[in-house]
Design a protein around this ligand. Structure first.
Ligand code: GLN
Length: 458
């Protein structure tokens, strides 16, 4: 049924880069057999899923949205891919994304933008916009995204679905094509908080193949989602982050957030305002740290190891092959970030840029620690606006980066956060009603708290 749905709507939505009909049907048949034998493998056995193309899949093309990897067939599965297969989840195909996960709209994909199912002329967010669009368009009930600075939470918010960025180290990064290794985390999307929690429990947990993986139990997010659904938040203190809201935020986004805060109070939570004075520097720090790490990670695309190679004939030397390949294979945003990152890491500038950004990162972590002395969770809008129009921000990188204002602090501090839908808002200057989310942030490894609150407000 989902393959039929993809055939019917994906011409308009463009959520998928590759649909794996044969693989999906074979996986579904294997699950049928288990069930006939009375041994379903997990609660999600047989449930179809859309997988962001930054996650490697054995035998199935993986491009990370880039021409430089077009046609690359990985020889192995990412740990999360393996875990999902073992749980009997049926992988329908690979979803569109901004090239190497750099962007907030999918417009940086080398394979064309995805479209928001609520309004096809608008973005489904990014960089995991194919995965958010697939779930919002009923092409898949659940999907996987990755979030480096907001790429799960912002797409979830603007497509009206649930998205969870786990605690850094909570989900294995083995087999994720690296963008910014100290920030990247894979996480689940779903149409409900409980669906999202069930998927997180499949992908989460320790992996010896990832040196930053935390060797601790997966937070009990399914139990928390079930508990939260009772709508009783007595005893919980919720901090509204003063710095994330106000000027520059769409009125409808602010109004929906305020309604959500009132709802939390009705359910027994104590809602207070907290100040996190360094959050205003998160954007500047992130856009030094992420490009710096990217400039190093993307050095592996050297025309020798993977994918595209340009200039086999008549070139002088290896350096020329590399330079021609990287010129043809990378898009403009990727090149911009490689240049920024290389500059920020160069000797003489390192202390002023990368080093300074790391200090700001520490201060943001301390703001969180101070706020969590009095609050159990912090809340804010996930992004300042409803889904913007495709094309509107493509020539203005700073406007594009502003989509991440609210999501970057938790990314820099490695903390868990969820975006949950809380209603619709009318986009300014239109009569279009578009989805709005609420972001819920918690201390490291308290992902279950995000789920409890999200289930209460959903
Ligand atoms: N929009 C941010 C960026 O362009 C975040 C992307 C992400 O989380 N992958 O870097």
């Amino acid at each position: 049924a989902h393959l039929d749905r993809i055939r019917a709507v994906d011409g308009d939505v463009n959520a998928f880069l590759v649909v794996d009909d044969d693989g999906a049907l074979a996986a579904a048949e294997a699950v049928d057999l288990d069930i006939a034998n009375g041994e379903p493998r997990s609660a999600l056995a047989g449930v179809p899923l859309a997988l962001k193309d930054v996650v490697v899949t054995r035998g199935l093309q993986t491009t990370s949205g880039s021409k430089i990897l077009e046609g690359w067939i990985p020889p192995y599965d990412a740990t999360i891919t393996r875990k999902m297969r073992e749980a009997g989840i049926v992988i329908l195909g690979k979803t569109n994304m901004d090239e190497f996960a750099m962007g907030s709209s999918t417009e940086n994909s080398a394979f064309g933008a995805s479209h928001n199912p609520w309004a096809l002329d608008r973005t489904p967010g990014g960089s995991s916009g194919g995965s958010s669009a697939a779930v919002a368009a009923f092409e898949a009930p659940i999907s996987i995204g990755t979030d480096t600075g907001g790429s799960i939470r912002q797409p979830a918010a603007v497509t009206g679905i649930v998205g969870h960025k786990p605690t850094y180290g909570g989900v294995s990064r083995y087999g994720l094509i690296a963008f910014s290794s100290s920030l990247d985390q894979a996480g689940p999307f779903g149409r409900t908080v409980l669906d999202t929690a069930l998927l997180h429990e499949v992908i989460g947990g320790y992996d010896h193949c990832d040196s930053t993986s935390l060797n601790v139990p997966v937070p009990p997010v399914v139990a928390a989602a079930r508990e939260g659904a009772h709508g009783d938040l007595a005893g919980l203190t919720v901090g509204v982050v003063k710095e994330l809201g106000g000027d520059g935020y769409e009125p409808g986004v602010e109004a929906a957030a305020k309604t959500a805060y009132a709802k939390l109070e009705e359910m027994g939570a104590k809602v207070v305002e907290v100040s996190c004075p360094h959050f205003g520097y998160a954007l500047a720090a992130y856009y030094l740290i992420a490009p710096s790490e990217a400039s190093s990670n993307l050095a592996r695309f050297d025309a020798v190891r993977y994918g595209l190679r340009v200039g086999d004939d008549g070139v002088r030397d290896l350096e020329e092959v590399m330079s021609l390949t990287r010129e043809a294979g990378f898009g403009p945003e990727v090149k911009r970030r490689i240049m920024i990152g290389t500059y920020a890491l160069s000797s003489g500038y390192y202390d002023a840029y990368y080093g300074q950004a790391q200090k700001v990162r520490t201060l943001i972590g301390r703001d969180f620690a101070a706020a969590f002395e009095t609050c159990d969770v912090l809340v804010s809008p996930p992004t300042p606006t409803t889904a913007f129009k495709l094309g509107e921000r493509v020539d203005d990188p700073m406007a594009m980066y502003a989509a991440d204002l609210c999501t970057l602090p938790a990314s820099l501090a490695g903390l868990p956060a969820i975006s949950v839908p809380v209603g619709l808002a009318t986009a300014p200057g239109t009569t279009e009603n578009l989805p709005v989310g609420l972001q819920i942030m918690a201390p490291a490894l308290a992902d279950d708290r995000c789920y409890r609150v999200a289930a209460a407000v959903e």
